[in-house]
Ligand binder design. Structure first.
Ligand code: XLS
Ligand code: NI
Ligand code: NI
Length: 478
């Protein structure tokens, strides 16, 4: 039961349909649209008829298919909103999400789906992806290799399938669109039951290397700006039957080889690791930003990798998203954000669109302090809830997510321009803006010197930290 539940949880969290897809009833063709859907990928007409190109209409509009806060060309703190945000659509949630959960069957049967995992279906879905991206007005997308193309009987066949779909994607991308990042899906297939680079099986390690090699090649070919590694099954169930030290060594060698291969093929993208504490196994090396940074430092990989911080993963590790972003930023490792949020009452990676404006303001304060995210951006690693089943819900979800972050950017800029929060923080530490403080910060104050000062000053006076005032200032910027 537990095992079944965790597998279902994994499928739920990633919305991976590869092995479930046959259960879905065929809903094609949606003939009332005059569209054609058969064995070929030939889909005539629009995938999203009736959905216009989404435009900015401002906060007073009632139109759910318009932006209220995201105005791509508008400058905030000297930079265009679209350059601060760099929004990206996640193929797996948007085009492979089924709405299934641990207790319920899939709920979403998009009109273009024919219930198969065929190559023709993969191509048709890719066409839908680009119509979606264009109508939403973004120019970045993210993918796993196995989401966009079906796994074949052999690695060669899988690579061939991938090449075919990638060739079509390249054509559909045109000159404006490209991947924010690509990655390899090394967790659904049973071969990964002990992990990928951390598997106890040499054959799986080699297979994973071959799959990552290919995924890096296609990401590079499509003009991708980053490449992501996510723990997935790279973890251990218990330490009774596991050699943790050996697994971590293997993983480090694997990542080293990836960094070498990246240079070999002339891929200038950033390599990112996405910390996550749970699901489907326990993987301590990437529990959170600090743990991952320590892993990278210990193995001499700190200069080759950055972090992709996902807000829902932050929640699962017991941190706020802002804490994870600040930890990454202070270590010089903030590379990308998987923009989503968790449900406070549900204990797994629900991957919801982030709609809490206070949270998005905190997120944007970090992004501004980081000077933006480029070549990273905001990937909507987020999905519709089970009960949202209309095609237009896909648009509404993304629009709300984009508006929430745009609003966060506007609020953060207001706070920075107003300056009173920064002033409050400055005052809080002002005792260090003195000769003695400067000595400490320069590493020139030894214990004897500090003891002399402590005796000279007597009992220190400790003023209020003005926490309530800080919250009042923050709230008034919302
Ligand atoms: C899963 C992860 C996954 C990565 C890409 O929890 O968030 O979606 O972003 O493999
Ligand atoms: Ni993610
Ligand atoms: Ni996730």
């Amino acid at each position: 039961m537990m095992a079944t539940k965790s597998v279902l949880l994994l499928l739920l969290c990633l919305n991976v349909v590869l092995f479930l897809v046959n259960a879905a009833p065929s809903t094609c063709p949606a003939d009332n649209l005059g569209s054609k859907c058969d064995e070929s990928d030939d889909w005539k007409g629009e995938f999203f008829p009736g959905i216009p190109k989404i435009k900015y209409e401002g906060p007073t509009t009632n139109n759910p298919l318009a932006f209220k806060w995201y105005n791509p060309e508008e400058k905030i703190l000297g930079k265009k909103m679209k350059d601060w945000m760099r929004f990206s659509v996640a193929f797996w949630h948007t085009f492979r999400g089924t709405g299934g959960d641990p207790f319920g069957a899939p709920t979403k049967f998009w009109p273009w789906e024919d219930g198969t995992n065929s190559l023709a279906m993969a191509k048709r879905r890719m066409r839908a992806n680009f119509e979606f991206i264009e109508k939403l007005g973004v120019d970045l997308w993210c993918f796993h290799d196995r989401d966009i193309a079906p796994e074949g009987k052999t690695l060669e066949e899988s690579n061939k399938n991938l090449d075919e779909v990638v060739a079509l994607a390249k054509e559909l991308q045109g000159t404006k669109i490209h991947p924010l990042w690509g990655t390899a899906q090394l967790f659904v297939h049973p071969r990964f039951m002990h992990g990928a680079a951390t598997s106890s099986e040499l054959g799986v390690y080699a297979y994973s290397a071959a799959q990552v090699k290919k995924a890096m090649e296609v990401t590079h070919y499509l003009g991708g700006e980053n490449y992501v590694f996510w723990g997935g099954r790279e973890g251990y169930q218990t330490l009774l039957n596991t050699d943790m030290g050996r697994e971590l060594d293997h993983l480090a060698r694997f990542l080293e080889a990836a960094a070498t291969y990246k240079k070999k093929i002339g891929f200038n993208g950033t390599l990112l690791i996405e910390p996550k504490p749970q699901e489907p196994t326990k993987h301590q090396y990437d529990w959170d930003a600090a743990t991952t940074a320590n892993f990278l430092r210990k193995y001499g990989l700190i200069d080759e990798f950055k972090l992709n911080i996902e807000c829902n993963h932050a929640t699962l590790s017991g941190h706020s998203c802002h804490h994870e972003l600040e930890t990454a930023r202070l270590n010089g490792l903030l590379g990308n954000i998987d923009a989503n949020t968790g449900d406070p009452q549900v204990g797994w990676d629900t991957d919801q669109f982030l709609t809490d404006v206070a949270e998005s303001t905190m997120v944007m304060l970090s992004v501004i302090r980081n000077g933006g995210l480029a070549p990273g951006g905001f990937n909507f690693d987020a999905k519709l809830r089970r009960e949202s089943t209309d095609v237009e819900d896909l648009f509404i979800a993304h629009i709300t997510g984009m508006d929430a972050l745009a609003r966060g950017l506007r609020n953060a800029a207001k706070l920075i321009e107003d300056g009173s929060l920064a002033e409050l923080v400055r005052k809080r530490y002002q005792s260090f803006d003195t000769e003695v403080g400067a000595k400490i910060e320069a590493g020139k104050a030894d214990f004897e010197y500090l003891e002399k000062k402590a005796m000279e000053w007597g009992e220190p006076k400790v003023p209020s930290a003005k926490q309530e005032l800080a919250e009042m200032i923050f709230q008034s910027a919302m």
